[in-house]
Design a protein around this ligand. Sequence first.
Ligand code: CAA
Length: 246
Amino acid sequence: MTQRTALVTGGTGGIGSAIVRYLAGQGHKVATNYRDQAKAEAWQKVMAADGIDVCIVPGDVSDPAASESMIRAVEEKCGPVDILINNAGITRDSTFHKMSYQQWMDVVNTNLNACFNVTRPVIDGMRARKWGRIVQISSINGQKGQYGQANYAAAKAGMHGFSISLAQENAKFGITVNTVSPGYVGTDMVMAVPEEVREKIVAQIPVGRLGRPDEIAHAVAFFTGDQASWITGANLAINGGHYMGW
Ligand code: CAA
């Protein structure tokens, strides 16, 4: 397999860490961004102890200028980005009638506008090199909606609209653009949902349990391979059967 440089935004998080491990395990050079340096350095040490060398750079993906600097820093340390995983995401759950403008904007900026902020500085290089893999980490809740997540569901649905447009524009440049839509995975984000609410959600999952981060990472890595060169504009649901839309 060709060794490439991969950037996984939000790589220190639950699903992000699993994606970093998977791509590094395939021999790629992997980078991620951080906002909290001390936390990121501690995480980097844990990865290093497992034999995974990750390049970390500062960068807030909700900010266009910071994202541009982040990409230039990754390129300097690890080379041009061939694989981009737009994974960074946050929740600010609230029923809509109580939702503040800030809760709306925080989620839209970090989950959706980040796709512009981070992808825009890498797309010209991918087009020039005639190879690229871009994967958006969306969510089951962008597909089915979720009580208390008008902001998050809107942003996550928007990520797939972004994927399918970019897929069309860049197909002839050897660039594929796909979306993975995880269901409820046992990460800090999902464990922050009140227990009684979470139990009701798990009861709706036919497989009968939360997902594991590696079950998402496996599929993300599949999309980044050379063998996946004819898959573009797809949205792969990985949710234990929780939502089976077409
Ligand atoms: N369907 C119908 N009614 C629901 C409901 C649902 N799914 N969830 C809550 N309600 C009802 C409650 O029963 C309650 O009804 P009553 O007033 O009649 O008793 C009412 O809504 C509560 O509404 P409030 O506006 O007072 O809500 P709240 O302040 O108590 O909190 C909430 C509501 C924030 C949405 C909370 O229920 C919650 O955290 N829900 C989980 C949301 C969720 O799934 N988040 C996913 C986070 S993880 C993630 O996003 C990762 C991923 O991609 C999957």
